[in-house]
Each structure stands twice: as structure tokens, then as C-alpha cells.
Design a protein around this ligand. Structure first.
Ligand code: GLA
Length: 446
């Protein structure tokens, strides 16, 4: 991926418009044709469209150089559209404004949580007379552009949700046949981030469709983080995703089914990452991230120990940190955990290398994960116990067993930054790992 700064990118888009004005016209015509001729023609037309626009990249937006951090409605507030009976918890401009206020005022923005993203269920049931998306008029009476302005005034960035298929997962109008119009609408509203879901579409169309939407986003000239669900749906359908193409196209991409507010869900996602299917970890880099889904810390389902595991492992996995919790009622303990700058520093490490499971310690349920971090030669290491057999487990390995082969390292606790001593490759590293618990530290060469 070539990262272009905004002005270079605008130039490229301008050049594209000038040299391909003819094609661009067809491009519009194709969308109409696709609309008229229906699904059978769609693959052929998308292929032509993508081929003729190959000279601008689907991404090249210079965004998400570290994993995006923010807040997203979905896991905690779902598709609650009942503002009559649950006015404080329904998907509405009021909810977004209140959460934006908390993000800005309660230390989340200062810790790096920058994006506030509305997931599904913001839309009106139909497009407007010009075929443009419109928000539900009762729940978003001021319109999205005004809401974006409010969010920007708080120093935050605004994200929105759409779907590659004919309808979103919750049944609202999808982008199929309208991708160019929708990308343009989002740009005009001042959107900074688009989550593009894949319900109600054919996963076989996604290689072309996700790329096409990326091109349309790029063509608007407005930098928008492009969050995809492309590999998740293809895996569900039994295909092997083309991670190289996904990495070129999207800033982040979901690799697993939806997270829910439970340890079963969080631990199964971590186990999935442990297997590193299709070597997916190798595709993470600045600007392009595997996405294991939201942080559910602060909700109902995790113990404090389990919440620490989610934070530590999302940091090791170089995962986007998108909270989905009620910031009005979060406990002080969970607030502190979510804003722990030491853990966030591991997550946001500028080298952008995703960590991997490197060892399963014989005779125990403890596994060791390692992520190369800066300064070069350093690692973030997690000793993790996903099992819950009641008793904390002592383990002992050597530095060499966990990939620490330099002559000496200084260890610092990953949560509180306290020094933990110095170790050589043959020193015993002894830790005690709680059930459903984690010991996180940084190892820096000395
Ligand atoms: C899918 C996605 C979720 C969420 C819902 C909304 O299930 O994977 O993250 O966006 O749709 O309907």
C-alpha cells in the first residue's frame, strides 16, 4: 500500500477524473444499468468497473496508522429504535451526543479513543426521492451532517455504518446498486469512518464489491477509515479470503463472528487468533488491521480479571479498540482499565506488528503470546490462562523459551509500568497466572 498524503491523493483523484471522465460517465451509467438489469449482470459490471478504475487505489488514505480507537453503538445498544419507551438507550442523535460528551470529557479522547461510530439502525426505512440515504427522521431530527458537526466540535471523529448488500443486517436500505452515491453522501456529511457490513449479499461478489466501494470512498477525496467485514462473511460461506487484496483495500477487517458480552465469546475470539488461520497476523501493518470486534469491558458479562484479559489481548493482537459500553454508568474500575495508557501504548505501538501465540506450556492451560514492539528488539509478552480451574497457576520458562534471545532484558509490568527485574535468555521467568487471567509485561533489551 502506498500511503498518500491528502493533497497527493486529491491530485490523483483529480487526474483520474480528467483522464477518465469518459469512463467515469460510464461508471454512473453502469450503476444505473446494474440497477435496471439486476443481480445477474452485477458481477460482470463490477468487474469492468474495478478494472477500468485500477489506476487509483481502493485505499491509499493515509489513515489508521495505528489501530483505530473509539466507541461504537452495536454491542451495548444494538438495534434499539424504541425511543418512546427507552428514550435514553435508543439509537438516536441524543445518544450519540451524550456519548460524544463523555468521550471528550471523561479522559477517553485524551487516552486515544477518537472515533464515535453509529452502527446499524440509524437509517430511515427508505431512501429519499433522489435515491440518497437518509436517517430516521424521528430519531435523528437534525440530520447526520449536523450531528457530525457536533461530534467534530468535541474534537472527535464520526463513523457510520452501511452494508454491501441490498439491506443492512437489521433490514434497512443497503448500498448495493448505490455505492457511489452513498460514498459521496458520507463525504458530503463529513463522515470520517465507514463500517461496511456484508449481510444480504453474495460473499462471492465481495472481492469486487468491497474493492469498488473503496474506490468510491477514495474518489470522494475525503479521507475515511474503511472498515470491512469481507473475510468474515467469506469464511462463513466456506471460502478462503484473499487477505492480500483485503489488506490493499480496507483499513481494518473483521475476521470472526460478532462479539457478545460474555467470556465464552471473548475467549473464543482469542483462541481463534491463537490458531492464526491463513497466517492472518502477517497482513496487519500500519493502515491495515485484523479486527476481532469491539471491547465489551464495562458491560455485564466479564469479571474484572476477564476484562483485563480482553484489554491485554486486544493490545497484543494489535486490534482496533472500539468500546461499546454505556459511558454514563461505567464503574471507576472499568474506566481506569479502558484508559490504561500502558496497555494502550502496546496496542498503539508504531511498528504495527500483530502479536501471536508462541507457546502453550506443557501440563498447564497457560499460553504465551508475544508482540514485537518499539524500540526495535523489544516485545510485549502475555502469559494467558483461558481456562478456569479455580487455582492460580505458577509457571516457569526461560527467556529463550519465549523468544527472548538477546543477552539481557528489562521487564516492565504491562499494566502499571513497574520494573519487574532483568532477565537473560537462560534466566527462569516465573509468573503466576490467575484463572481467566493474564500477566502482561514489556521486555526491552539492555
Ligand atoms: C453484523 C455485524 C455487527 C453489527 C450488526 C448490525 O452482525 O457483524 O458488527 O454491525 O451486523 O446489524
Amino acid at each position: 500500500m502506498i500511503i498518500l498524503n491528502t493533497s497527493t491523493r486529491r491530485f490523483k483523484v483529480k487526474t483520474y477524473r480528467k483522464t477518465h471522465i469518459h469512463n467515469a460517465k460510464y461508471c454512473k451509467c453502469w450503476i444505473d444499468c446494474i440497477r435496471d438489469t439486476g443481480i445477474k449482470m452485477k458481477n460482470v459490471l463490477l468487474l469492468l468497473l474495478v478494472q477500468l478504475t485500477r489506476d487509483i487505489s481502493g485505499l491509499d488514505n493515509g489513515l489508521a496508522l495505528t489501530p483505530p480507537m473509539g466507541w461504537l453503538t452495536w454491542e451495548r445498544f444494538r438495534c434499539n429504535t424504541d425511543c418512546v419507551n427507552r428514550p435514553d438507550d435508543c439509537i438516536s442523535e441524543t445518544l450519540i451526543k451524550v456519548m460524544a460528551d463523555h468521550l471528550a470529557a471523561d479522559g477517553y479522547l485524551a487516552a486515544g479513543y477518537q472515533y464515535i461510530i453509529i452502527d446499524d439502525c440509524w437509517l430511515a426505512p427508505d431512501r429519499d426521492a433522489h435515491g440518497r440515504l437518509q436517517p430516521d427522521p424521528v430519531r435523528f431530527p437534525s440530520g447526520i451532517a449536523a450531528l457530525v458537526e457536533y461530534v467534530h466540535e468535541q474534537g472527535l471523529k464520526f463513523g457510520i455504518y452501511e452494508d454491501f448488500g441490498v439491506r443492512t443486517c437489521a433490514g434497512f436500505p443497503g448500498s448495493e446498486f448505490y455505492m457511489e452515491t452513498d460514498a459521496q453522501t458520507f463525504a458530503e456529511w463529513g463522515v470520517d469512518y465507514v463500517k461496511f457490513d456484508g449481510c444480504n449479499s453474495n460473499p462471492q461478489d465481495m472481492d469486487l464489491g468491497y474493492e469498488a466501494f473503496g474506490l468510491f470512498l477514495n474518489k470522494t477525496g475525503r479521507p475515511m477509515v474503511y472498515s470491512c467485514e469481507w473475510p468474515m462473511y467469506q469464511q462463513f460461506a466456506g471460502f478462503k479470503p484473499d487477505y492480500a487484496a483485503i489488506q490493499r483495500t480496507c483499513n481494518m477487517w473483521r475476521v470472526h463472528g460478532d462479539i457478545s458480552d460474555s467470556w465464552t465469546s471473548v475467549s473464543s475470539i482469542i483462541s481463534y487468533y491463537g490458531k492464526d488461520y491463513n497466517n492472518m497476523s502477517l497482513y496487519a501493518k500500519p493502515g491495515a488491521w485484523n479486527d476481532p470486534d469491539m471491547l465489551v469491558v464495562g458491560n455485564f458479562g466479564l469479571s474484572y480479571e476477564q476484562a483485563r484479559v480482553q484489554m491485554a489481548m486486544w493490545a497484543i493482537m494489535a486490534a482496533p479498540m472500539l468500546m461499546s459500553t454505556d459511558l454514563r454508568s461505567i464503574t471507576a474500575q472499568d474506566h481506569l482499565l479502558l484508559t490504561n495508557l500502558n496497555v494502550i501504548a502496546i496496542n498503539q505501538d508504531p511498528l504495527g506488528i500483530q502479536g501471536r501465540r508462541i507457546l502453550q506450556i506443557n501440563g498447564t492451560n497457560v499460553e504465551v503470546w508475544s508482540r514485537p514492539i518499539s524500540p526495535v528488539g523489544s516485545f510485549a509478552i502475555a502469559f494467558l490462562q483461558l481456562a478456569n480451574h479455580g487455582d492460580p497457576t505458577p509457571v516457569s520458562v526461560t527467556g529463550r523459551d519465549i523468544g527472548l534471545t538477546a543477552s539481557g532484558y528489562m521487564f516492565m509490568d504491562g499494566f502499571n509500568n513497574q520494573p519487574m527485574g532483568t532477565y537473560g535468555p537462560d534466566s527462569p521467568v516465573k509468573v503466576v497466572v490467575n484463572p481467566n487471567g493474564v500477566v502482561l509485561f514489556r521486555a526491552k533489551p539492555i
